[in-house]
Design a protein around this ligand. Structure first.
Ligand code: Z5A
Length: 214
């Protein structure tokens, strides 16, 4: 049976504006009369939030395969307890990061076959209806995070060259799945980025934004 809801994910590097844009889109969707669930990865359930704490606060980060397995465990809990039930209830789920983040970050050090196996377990086959990839040079994203005073977790401390490779892997994923993953230039004022996102939602989903004043 096909779930009546929609599943939209936001992806991109550190400080690209995902949290900001996900809030804007949630407001627009709610103004148009939709029920929206706003969630994030790693996280979204008490267990997955605990795994998030383990991963992001690790003084000595675990190996990439260990990270991938922990992300998969957190994701399975999140998908089965939050995302799928919301979609079954006809709600629109907006998720800050999902499996493409595993591909972009852990793809640095884990072989593709093994990584895709962990992703399949974690998602239990769930694929987003639409993925918005907020693209920004890593220098700009890290500067934004630093300005906010939060550029300090285990991933954010990685060097600039690593973040440049993460960006390249995200863009390669978008080229591989152009129907699902849409690149949004995030190096613009937040309102311009939000307008592009609204246009992509209208163009690539059956979600009606009429009435939201968008
Ligand atoms: N990770 C992984 O390795 N594997 C996985 O499978 C998953 C995750 C799921 C935690 O993610 C880490 O987990 C992440 C990858 C790894 N590490 N990194 N790097 P997170 O979601 O907690 O952290 P984040 O992605 O780095 O989020 P963030 O720093 O909160 O960034 P953001 O949500 O994209 O940006 P923001 O909070 O909306 O904006 C950042 C600042 O810029 C803020 O002060 C805004 O007011 C400002 N901002 C926003 N938009 C603009 C524009 N357009 N112009 C100027 N300033 C702006």
């Amino acid at each position: 049976m096909i779930d009546p809801g929609f599943f939209i994910t936001f992806e991109g590097g550190e400080g690209a504006g995902k949290s900001t844009q996900i809030r804007f889109l949630a407001e627009t969707l709610r103004a148009a009369g939709h029920e929206v669930v706003l969630t994030r990865e790693p996280g979204g359930t008490p267990l997955a939030e605990a795994i998030r704490g383990l991963l992001l606060n690790a003084g000595d980060p675990p190996e990439a395969m260990t990270q991938a397995l922990l992300f998969a465990a957190a994701r399975f809990d999140h998908v089965s307890r939050v995302i799928r039930p919301a979609m079954r209830a006809g709600q629109i789920v907006l998720c800050d990061r999902f499996a493409d983040s595993t591909r972009a970050y852990q793809g640095e050090a884990v072989a593709e076959d093994a990584l895709e196996a962990t992703i399949l377990l974690g998602t239990s086959g769930l694929v987003p209806d639409l993925t918005l990839l907020l693209d920004l040079p890593p220098e700009a994203g890290l500067a934004r995070a630093r300005q906010r005073g939060t550029a300090g977790d285990a991933f954010e401390r990685a060097d600039l060259a690593f973040h440049a490779r993460v960006r390249a892997r995200f863009l390669a994923l978008a080229r591989r799945e152009p129907d699902r993953i849409h690149v949004v230039d995030a190096d613009r004022p937040a309102e311009a980025v939000a307008a592009s996102i609204r246009a992509l939602v209208v163009a690539h989903t059956a979600i009606d934004l009429a009435g939201a004043g968008a």
